[in-house]
Design a protein around this ligand. Structure first.
Ligand code: F6P
Length: 562
């Protein structure tokens, strides 16, 4: 990788700083003066319709941001990613999640370090699809011959958040008679609750771990294995012999990993394992075999539609001119918000209950990727990097934290996401036949308008408000939002949304000069947890080695553990 260009040293950065200093944001005036503003700043990418016009940007600011992208060399870095160059510098790896969704037979073929990437991706997909079909059709049974009714995915981070988010988002596509559960936390409550009420004879576990070394996942997998064998034995379904147990594990456990040798060590037959490659980052892996639980739930055809959606946005990102390239524009807009308007957080507010795990999914994608303070050449960054992503579905958030976005002192750029088609077209007959989806969408439209245009003191007074409370009822407006719409939340549209945010994250990382594909920041806590475990378990020498605060906390634990 070439040495990163310091964004703050570019002429574009200087220009953007001047524009920020001169800017007197006034969305009311900007919309009045430019009747074309909405159409000029609205863009389509595949099926996504994205309105950037309610952001605090002008023509000159957009031009400055595009100039920044040019000076940084964004397109060369993007092309390097798609070509399979080792842009993950600190792990010396290619970054090829985009290869996971290339259609079979795509040209030119993609070969990296001698690996025929397309052939490998499609061979694995075929294996996942064949397995998914077996489970869905009932051809794959548990050890007592019963068909599988519940699939439990055991994984954490990227091996959990993507699968659970998609499962929740695409619930209307889940096959009747099948349901999925997700175990991630090493808090034993998680596995206890998720196995509660399950019939071991109809339960299939998928152990999903890129490395197959993750403490949480391996611990939960062992607990799941013990639960399965104990419950089968209690039901008289196995006799408890090693042979019978191995037979039960073979029918009730499959694995997904890049480390198939470790899968075998764990006791899962490698024939029942689905692989992927080190050039797929955990948080970018839901479209690899990590999505096996999803492929089972929604079926191979819908999974293929999901992948096609990802690919449509990949193609848009790869080929669209930068001034119409939605991930590029949204990534640059985030740079403007973070580095020039001092935004510290970014809200993602889906007006779709099915997307209730989407903000959590994006937290790993964006914050594990861009929460860095050194560049890919090891030098310190020269400006703020990754903002805090957070959010909840609307309208719930409106009755909780929107107050701060409307009237607080901090700037919180927000992405609003909504779909024209209701998943459940319900009518409130007692309220005159109101279409409830329309009520819902009216809130979506109203919030971004309220945030942008606010309410002046005069408008408040015109409502006859007591002068003493006029200030409390003024809405300043000029709160930046992006509206993302699509016709319906289909598998393809969901794939498009995920790929959109993957590429936004990439654009920001490239501008900041950081490696968005490593995650060394999670390692120290893991190491310390290993060191501290003996102290928690009663080893006084290990306890004495801890700092005084940690010692006191562990003593409190020891006193209060029954
Ligand atoms: O600890 C962070 C992390 O490595 C994530 O990046 C990853 O998604 C998660 O742990 C799970 O890792 P694995 O899939 O290897 O179990």
């Amino acid at each position: 990788m070439p040495t990163p260009i310091d964004p703050t040293e570019t002429t574009a950065w200087e220009r953007l700083s001047e524009l920020e200093a001169w800017m007197d944001p006034d969305l009311r005036r900007w919309f009045e003066e430019d009747p074309q503003r909405a159409s000029r700043l609205t863009f389509d990418a595949a099926d996504l319709h994205v309105d950037l016009s309610k952001n605090l940007i002008t023509h000159d600011i957009v031009a400055g941001l595009l100039r920044l992208a040019e000076e940084i060399g964004l397109t060369a870095r993007r092309d390097a990613m798609f070509a399979g160059e080792r842009i993950n510098v600190t792990e010396n790896r290619a970054v090829l999640h985009t290869a996971l969704r290339r259609p079979a037979g795509a040209t030119p073929p993609l070969t990296v370090d001698g690996q025929d990437v397309d052939a490998d991706v499609h061979a694995t997909l075929d294996k996942v699809y064949a397995f998914a079909e077996q489970v869905r059709s009932g051809a794959w049974t548990g050890v007592t011959g019963k068909r599988i009714e519940t699939v439990v995915n055991i994984g954490i981070g990227g091996s959990d958040l993507g699968p659970v988010m998609i499962y929740e988002a695409l619930r209307p596509y889940v096959q009747d008679g099948l349901s999925c559960r997700f175990v991630s936390n090493i808090d034993p409550t998680d596995i206890a609750e998720k196995t509660s009420g399950l019939d071991p004879e109809t339960t299939l576990f998928i152990v999903a771990s890129k490395t197959f070394t993750t403490l949480e996942t391996l611990t939960n997998a062992r607990l799941a294995k013990a639960w399965l064998l104990d419950s089968l034995a209690a039901a008289g379904a196995v006799d408890g012999s090693d042979e019978a147990n191995a037979g039960a594990v073979a029918k009730h456990f499959v694995a997904v990993s890049t480390a198939l040798d470790k899968v075998a060590e764990f006791g899962i037959d490698p024939d029942n394992a689905f692989g992927f490659w080190d050039w797929v980052g955990g948080r970018y892996s839901v479209d690899s075999a990590i999505g096996t639980v999803v492929a089972i739930a929604i079926g191979p055809a819908h999974f293929a539609e999901l992948l096609a959606g990802f690919h449509a946005i990949d193609e848009h990102f790869r080929t669209a001119e930068l001034d119409r390239n939605v991930p590029v524009l949204m990534g640059l807009l985030n740079i403007w918000n973070v580095n020039f308007l001092d935004a510290e957080t970014h809200a993602v507010l889906p007006y779709s209950q099915y997307l209730h795990r989407f903000p959590a999914y994006l937290q790993q994608l964006t914050m594990e990727s861009n929460g860095k303070s050194v560049r890919w050449d090891g030098a310190p960054v020269t400006c703020h990097t990754g903002e805090v992503f957070w959010g909840e579905p609307g309208t719930n958030g409106q009755h909780a934290f929107y107050q701060l976005i409307h009237q607080g002192t901090r700037i919180v750029p927000a992405d609003f996401i909504a779909f024209a088609e209701p998943a459940h077209p319900l009518v409130d007959t007692e309220a005159g036949g109101a279409d409830v989806h329309e009520l819902f969408l009216a809130n979506f439209f109203a919030q971004t308008a309220a945030l942008a245009f606010g309410k002046t003191a005069d408008e408040v007074r015109e409502e006859g408000t007591d002068e003493a409370v006029v200030p409390a009822r003024v809405f300043e407006g000029n709160k930046p939002t992006t509206s993302i719409m699509a016709s319906a939340l289909t598998p393809s549209v969901l794939g498009q949304l995920i790929a959109l945010y993957e590429h936004i994250t990439f654009v920001q990382g490239i501008v900041w000069g950081i490696d968005s594909f490593d995650q060394w920041g999670v390692e120290l806590g893991k190491q310390l947890a290993k060191q501290i475990t003996p102290a928690v378990g009663g080893d006084d020498d290990a306890l004495a080695a801890q700092d005084s605060s940690t010692q006191e906390l562990i003593r409190y634990y020891r006193r209060h553990r029954s």
